[in-house]
Write a protein that binds this ligand. Structure first.
Ligand SMILES: [Zn+2]
Length: 259
């Protein structure tokens, strides 16, 4: 029997300026425990503090992934690199981020760039491996800075993460999986803002038809309607089980197999 598990801990579910500034919802990204591999994605404000609060140990991290360099995703990346490498004394772990996070208005401080064992730039259609976990970055998103989403594959599960982007025709097709996670910033789709609104998310869910769709990264208009109170309505509309992530929620990927 395989005792290894895949879980995702939502350190925070808030996104965008007002939610972050007022901490209406916590921020700080997600901690993924994928069997023996521990990955932190998008360490926004409070990531270190919330990680410790939820008993996630930064010195055990195998990698930090940055979808893009906007502050609500990246501001704690420096302190997390320092924590992962024990202040730079242990050269360990990997950092994956678009090239513009390292140069040209870098959010990763130059003196820290030598601390991890590996630095890898995210590029379209590339595959990355950490232990027995891999992920791909199938398509460059439409966002103000270089941004990628992810399709993760562990020995047990495949799941995809649609990070910040404006919706475009081929978007959903790149992220087919039984579990999809979507950053839903606003209640309405507000073009020309380069973000997904709830109607965009519903469109994507209907096209992919996963077993479970998890929503997170809520801005002010989503927070106001309380995402956990509309998940049933969205489930009914899409015919897919939709879960609105809560701050501190630990999602066990075995739930996908049971749905
Ligand atoms: Zn962004």
């Amino acid at each position: 029997m395989n005792l290894l598990k895949d879980t995702i801990t939502f350190l925070g579910t808030g996104g965008a300026r007002f939610t972050v500034a007022k901490q209406l919802l916590a921020t700080g990204g997600v901690w993924m425990n994928l069997g023996d591999v521990q990955l932190l994605m998008d360490p926004g404000p409070g990531s270190l503090v919330y990680a410790i609060k939820h008993k996630c140990d930064p010195t055990k991290l195998d990698g930090i992934i940055l979808s893009h360099k906007h502050l609500d995703h990246s501001v704690d990346i420096n302190v997390m690199i320092e924590a992962m490498t024990e202040g730079g004394w242990k050269k360990r772990g990997s950092v994956f981020a678009p090239a513009d996070a390292f140069n040209n208005g870098a959010v990763i401080l130059p003196y820290l760039q030598n601390f991890p064992e590996r630095i890898d730039f995210l590029e379209e259609k590339k595959k990355y491996e950490v232990g027995d976990v891999s992920f791909t970055t199938p398509v460059k998103h439409i966002h103000q800075v270089d941004t990628y989403g992810f399709v993760f594959q562990t020995p047990r599960h495949k799941f995809s993460w649609i990070t910040d982007t404006k919706i475009f025709d081929s978007l959903a097709g790149h992220y087919r999986a039984d579990l999809i996670i979507i950053n839903v910033l606003s209640l309405e789709s507000r073009l020309p803002v380069d973000h997904l609104g709830l109607p965009d998310a519903e469109k994507i869910i209907k096209e992919i038809k996963p077993r479970i769709a998890l929503l997170t990264h809520f801005g002010l208009t989503m927070w106001k309607v309380k995402p956990w109170e509309i998940e049933q309505r969205v489930s009914d509309d899409t015919g897919v089980r939709v879960i609105a992530a809560r701050d501190g929620m630990v999602f066990d990927l075995d739930e996908v197999d049971q749905t």
